[in-house]
Each structure stands twice: as structure tokens, then as C-alpha cells.
Write a protein that binds this ligand. Structure first.
Ligand code: 5AD
Ligand code: FES
Length: 367
């Protein structure tokens, strides 16, 4: 389809005129409404462990960051969070952690089994690059979804910012394909405005979401963390100034909107990183530019500050109850409603009534 070409996306990614951008966001919002409806799904986030064996150049949890006190939640604490997710009316819990070797496959599998047996929650795992056998075990324990952002489709930049743990390990795109094959709903995504990331590679990222047919797509701004090589400026990937994509709010809204238009029925969160760079309105503006998911934090408050992927993260002092009320308020203020049940891809009633041709008209906007 002509409207999916890289050059069309690139024009939009470089667009700066406010009225044109409003038009783009409105079109994305219309596609969102048509394909996934007005429900905003709440996914309760549990940040299980801040231990990590990796050295990602941008991430505050990198092993080399010796200043960060580390924690690992107990089984009982995790189960308590899952219970709370149910009490708060969420349909999904997301179990996320650094690549922590002490989170053994069996330990995770038991927790997944318990949650699936004792609650009606969908379980999403986000535990990094793991072996195929582990992914298979967790799937058979009942895990429904797996999130693994590929961060950038620029292979060179990817290599520079992700020193490899095991040479010859499958790349993230291969892992995402394996996850789908195992029957998971698979989620990918990228950061926007990584030093060295070009506008052209962002256009490529959107095409990659489409090619992989991802069920979930997370997009947030890159936020510099001073305790990392990329954030301190010690590592500066070479790029022409005119090619460097900014890590601005606007750039993230453009990415969300274009992704919604290109992947109309994907679940797309309005991310915490977006809420971090605009604490007042970031989440709402993401929801108005095509997103249909939010991820309220369930991590016990004593740990939140320590899961410091990037600095000044939104909601580190708020309780799970505060975030629940805050997000429900924001959803209602937009005239939308909180989704019920697990809210997997393709479960929206809105996905049945798409007038023929509507989608291609929308994406040709910038032709
Ligand atoms: N800025 C923004 N997002 C980050 N992540 C990790 N470090 C940063 C940062 N400095 C994101 C990555 C990862 C997700 C869990 O958090 O996209 O996949
Ligand atoms: Fe946590 Fe608003 S979502 S306080």
C-alpha cells in the first residue's frame, strides 16, 4: 500500500506545523475509536526486581551502575500485588524486571501458575531476552503475553547501545517471532530520540511493527540517565545533527499516532516515560493521539524509587490506590471508560464496524 511507504512516514515525522499535527492526531484518534473503541485498558505493573546482568548504555538498571541499591520482591509480595490488581478492577498484571539470573524459570512459572489459578487476570511477562525453553515453560504455565521492546530497528545503533551477553543469541526481532509462535501475544516497541537515532530509522521502526504484526506496541521518549554512558555523554553515537530525532514529547505523539494508523488494532500504551516528561498531561495527550492502554504502577512504594530505569519517573511516591484513582479520573475526563476483563488484541467490539476504504483514506493524509 502506497500509504505505508517510508517516505510518507518520514514526512510526517519531520512535520512541525501545529495545525497539520493536530490533523494527524485527530486521524489517529478516529482510527483508534473505530478499531479498538473507547475502552482504555488498565495493566497493573509489578516491578519484580531491579537486579540486571546487562549493560545497556541508556538504562539506569545496568549492572555497571553501582550507586543503585537493588531489590528483589518476595513471592508473597508479588502475589499481594496481583490480589490488589483484582481488587482495583484491572484485567492484567505485567511482571517486569531487569535480566536477573536469580529469577529462576521455575520460580517465575510457579508464580504465573498461582496467579492464573487464583485470579482471572491475564499475565504479561517483561523479563528481557530469555532462552526459548524458559519462554516455553512460562507459556505452558499460563502466561498470556510477553513484552520485549526492540528499542530501535537500526542494527548498528542497537549493537552500540546493547553490549551482548551471549554471542550468537537470537536478536529481539527473532525472539518476538518466537514468542508469537509459542502462542503469546507479543509486544515490541522503541524509545524515541536515542542519541544516534535518525528520523529515517523511526520510520523503519513503524514499518517493523507492521511487518511483525505486533499485538502490543510501547513507545516512549528516551530520557537521559546521568549514571549511564549514553546519558552522561561518555558515549556519543555519530550522526548528522539534521538526522537526529529529538526525544521530545511531540516526537512521541507523532510516533504513537502514525503507529496507530499503520497498526490499527494493536494495543498501544500511553507510557510512564511520556508521563515523566509531561507530568500534567503526557498520559492524556498520548491517549488522544492513538493510545488505548495505561499501566498503573502496583509496585510497593518502598521499591518504586529503586526501579530507576530513568530519573524522575512519574508516580514514584504515589500508592497503587492513588494511581488507580488518578488514571480513572483522566480516562473519564476524556469521555472514555476503563476496559473490563483482560483486553487482549482483537477483543474489542469496535473492531467489527470499519467502513470499507476508511483506513486507506486516513493514511493517505500526507500524500
Ligand atoms: N529512557 C527511556 N526509556 C528507557 N527504558 C530503559 N531505559 C530508558 C531510558 N533511559 C525503557 C526501554 C525498556 C523499557 C523497560 O524501559 O525501552 O524496554
Ligand atoms: Fe500515578 Fe497519576 S498515574 S499518580
Amino acid at each position: 500500500m502506497a500509504e505505508l511507504t517510508k517516505s510518507g512516514l518520514l514526512k510526517w515525522l519531520r512535520e512541525t506545523q501545529p495545525s497539520r499535527l493536530q490533523e494527524l492526531y485527530q486521524q489517529a484518534d478516529a482510527v483508534r475509536k473505530q478499531h479498538v473503541g473507547d475502552a482504555v485498558h488498565l495493566r497493573g505493573l509489578i516491578e519484580l526486581s531491579s537486579h540486571c546482568v546487562r549493560q545497556c548504555m541508556y538504562c539506569g538498571l545496568r549492572q555497571g551502575n553501582r550507586d543503585l541499591p537493588r531489590y528483589r520482591m518476595t513471592r508473597e509480595e508479588i502475589l499481594g500485588c496481583a490480589r490488589q490488581a483484582e481488587r482495583l478492577g484491572y484485567g492484567t498484571v505485567v511482571m517486569q524486571a531487569g535480566e536477573d539470573d536469580l529469577l529462576t524459570p521455575e520460580w517465575i512459572a510457579e508464580i504465573v501458575q498461582w496467579i492464573k489459578r487464583e485470579t482471572k487476570l491475564a499475565v504479561t511477562l517483561s523479563l528481557g531476552e530469555r532462552h526459548h525453553e524458559e519462554l516455553r515453560l512460562w507459556r505452558s504455565a499460563g502466561a498470556d503475553r510477553y513484552l520485549l521492546r526492540f528499542e530501535t530497528s537500526d542494527e548498528n545503533l542497537f549493537r552500540v547501545i546493547h553490549p551482548c551477553r551471549v554471542s550468537g543469541a537470537p536478536d529481539r526481532l527473532t525472539l518476538l517471532r518466537q514468542l508469537k509462535h509459542l502462542g503469546y501475544e507479543a509486544g515490541g516497541g522503541v524509545m524515541v530520540g536515542i542519541p544516534g537515532q535518525s528520523f529515517a530509522s523511526l520510520a523503519e521502526d513503524i514499518l517493523t511493527f507492521h511487518v511483525l504484526d505486533l499485538d502490543m506496541i510501547g513507545i516512549g521518549p528516551y530520557i537521559a540517565h546521568a549514571a549511564t554512558p549514553l546519558g552522561s555523554g561518555a558515549l556519543r553515537p555519530a550522526i548528522a545533527v539534521s538526522e537526529q530525532a529529538p526525544n521530545s514529547e511531540e516526537m512521541v505523539y507523532k510516533m504513537i499516532a502514525l503507529t496507530r494508523i499503520v497498526c490499527p488494532d494493536a494495543n498501544i500504551p500511553s507510557t510512564t516515560a511520556l508521563a515523566t516528561i509531561n507530568k500534567l498531561d503526557g498520559r492524556k495527550l498520548g491517549l488522544k493521539a492513538g493510545a488505548n492502554v495505561v499501566m498503573p504502577n502496583l509496585t510497593p512504594v518502598k521499591y518504586r524509587r529503586l526501579y530507576e530505569i530513568y530519573p524522575a519517573k512519574a508516580c514514584i511516591d504515589e500508592s497503587a490506590i492513588d494511581c488507580n484513582q488518578c488514571l480513572r479520573g483522566q480516562i473519564h475526563s476524556l469521555g472514555r471508560f476503563a476496559g473490563q476483563g483482560p483486553g487482549g488484541r482483537g477483543t474489542s467490539q469496535a473492531s467489527v464496524s470499519i467502513p470499507p476504504g476508511a483506513h486507506s483514506q486516513l493514511v493517505q493524509l500526507h500524500a
